[in-house]
Design a protein around this ligand. Structure first.
Ligand code: BDR
Ligand code: CA
Length: 315
């Protein structure tokens, strides 16, 4: 099994990803760490605890950063995930409590405990990883891989024409993550905009795995309505859950290597600028930047099948 820590801002697609990871036999979830993003961090932490309770797992939760490090906070997208992050379903508060430790402290402790073995799966703005790199830069050499949902290399953004939500919410930390000496895999809008999850999949999961399935189905209705009202599409993007699919079966994705830097100000703030491997530029920003694996294509059918199979316990 592969040890992972999920850094998250639950969030409806975060919930899809977290249950997917809990259900996958190949993954051992060491903990959930939370950040602001879809909701304020206090709600993200409560939501992460709720997800562990619904799944019936004892996975620790550590609360993380509440605001961006260097820019003003952006408004929370309650029109996408609901004010509660779960599509306004009015779910009861969790009974369990978060750790005293901060998210960054938890990540550092676990990575030092299992050097070379921990993969960090980041599903929200990257402030906690920015903190980790600040507090203990050596951690970058001790992590197995960082797999993050965020950014758009070639695809349009979803918050501005060039910026994806997780990156624009903490561009400075994102740039630090893309330039640190660890292996980063970016699962961004280039692939997540290729896949729509619709109610038929959620209904089948609900029928076979009622607890997690009903919860996901109930949350997802608000999220699916947002997509149909806004874009006239039938279903929702599967964003965060794609990272877990990548861990379970990377052959579903086509990856390109390149340097990624993040625009930290101006009208392009939050843009992930992709410089393909092997191309050199007179401008220095792309020199000596580690190669990120950027997911460019995905086999959507295989990904959704993998999700369903894992969620109904067939795999
Ligand atoms: C990302 O932003 C959030 O709304 C989702 O949870 C996902 O992590 C998609 O841009
Ligand atoms: Ca998220």
């Amino acid at each position: 099994t592969r040890k992972i820590i999920i850094d998250t801002d639950p969030g409806i697609d975060d919930a899809m990803a977290i249950f997917f990871a809990f259900q996958a036999k190949e993954l051992e979830v060491l903990g959930l760490t939370t950040t602001y993003g879809n909701v304020p961090v206090e709600i993200a932490t409560q939501n992460a605890l709720t997800l562990t309770e619904i799944a019936g797992v004892e996975v620790p939760v550590a609360g993380g950063v509440a605001v961006p490090s260097k820019i003003a906070p952006r408004p929370f997208p309650d029109f996408v995930h609901g004010a509660d992050g779960f599509g306004n379903i009015d779910y009861p508060a969790p009974k369990t409590k978060a750790l005293e430790q901060s998210a960054a402290e938890f990540i550092i402790e676990q990575v030092r405990k299992y050097p070379g073995e921990v993969t960090i799966v980041a599903l929200g703005p990257l402030g906690n990883l920015g903190k980790v790199l600040e507090l203990d830069p050596e951690i970058a050499n001790l992590v197995d891989e960082v797999v993050l949902m965020g950014g758009a290399a070639i695809e349009y953004g979803n918050v501005s024409p060039v910026a994806e939500a997780n990156i624009i919410n903490e561009p400075h930390a994102a740039d630090a993550v893309f330039t640190a000496p660890w292996q980063v895999t970016m699962v961004g809008l280039d692939v997540t905009h290729q896949v729509l999850l619709d109610n038929s999949v959620l209904e089948r999961i609900k029928a076979k795995s009622p607890e997690q399935g009903s919860f996901l189905y109930d949350c997802a209705q608000f999220y699916i309505n947002f997509y149909s009202d806004r874009f006239g599409i039938n279903g929702c993007y599967f964003h965060d859950a794609s990272t877990i699919a990548y861990l379970l079966d990377p052959s579903i994705f086509e990856v390109e290597l390149g340097a990624v830097r993040v625009a930290c100000e101006g009208i392009a703030i939050g843009q992930t600028i992709f410089a393909p491997q092997g191309v050199s530029y007179p401008e220095p920003h792309w020199n000596d930047v580690p190669m990120t694996q950027v997911c460019m294509e995905v086999d959507g059918e295989r990904m959704l099948k993998l999700y369903e199979d894992v969620m109904v316990g067939a795999l």
